[in-house]
Design a protein around this ligand. Sequence first.
Ligand code: GTP
Ligand code: MG
Length: 227
Amino acid sequence: MDIPVVENVLKVNDEVAAMNRAALRGAGIFTVDLIGAPGCGKTALIEATIRALGAQGVRVGVIVGDLATQRDAARMARFTDQVVQINTGKGCHLEAHQVRRAMDRIDLARVDVLFIENVGNLICPVGFDLGQDAKVGMFCTSGGDDKAGKHPYVVVESSVILLGKRDLLPYVPFDLEFFRADVRRLNAAAPILELSATTGEGMAAWVDWLAAGRNRVAGAAQACGAQ
Ligand SMILES: Nc1nc2c(ncn2[C@@H]2O[C@H](COP(=O)(O)OP(=O)(O)OP(=O)(O)O)[C@@H](O)[C@H]2O)c(=O)[nH]1
Ligand SMILES: [Mg+2]
């Protein structure tokens, strides 16, 4: 008897993710899957990022996953009208088909950078391709300096590692060198960006990284269109 159930689920997910990626790249959109523990500051960071990118004329859309409520979507809707909330019920991560349905509610022609704020969780979201260009793993100073080492897969899979709530460093026990060493051991290539959505420190490097990604994807889409 042939029962490769989990494999099939992931295979279907990957196929839908590939369709998402083709549609988003075709529209010249740079897409980030933002993964972090509950309360690490994902929504606050996206709110600050929408404002910072907006000042450069870069338009941001957001698909946000939570088990319940529309609270995060309502927060971000103050800064962009391209926001869709997914409620996953008991689901601990987003899957590609959910993103696909949410994309139908987004005007892709009016978005340059799309954030997918995953369900607050450092484990389950890592294994599911959503069609993003980059996974970004987010930690925060108040979460403890050992969390990157304890959650290696998100570190390994991420193109950038964020350390949020940098403004709290004087008030919480957090050994920056210990945190950085864990990240370096697991992923030597990913930049580590330390920032604060509250004070704005470190935001410039993050915004530059996003703008570069956006230019790369938009350039490739234009080149395809010209052929
Ligand atoms: N001091 C400080 N607090 C922050 C910062 N970013 C977020 N916070 C606070 O941290 C708490 C959680 O922030 P959220 O943005 O809701 O975090 P989240 O990761 O989106 O949370 P979930 O979506 O529920 O997983 C809130 O009280 C924020 O005000 C920061 O840079 N500095
Ligand atoms: Mg949030």
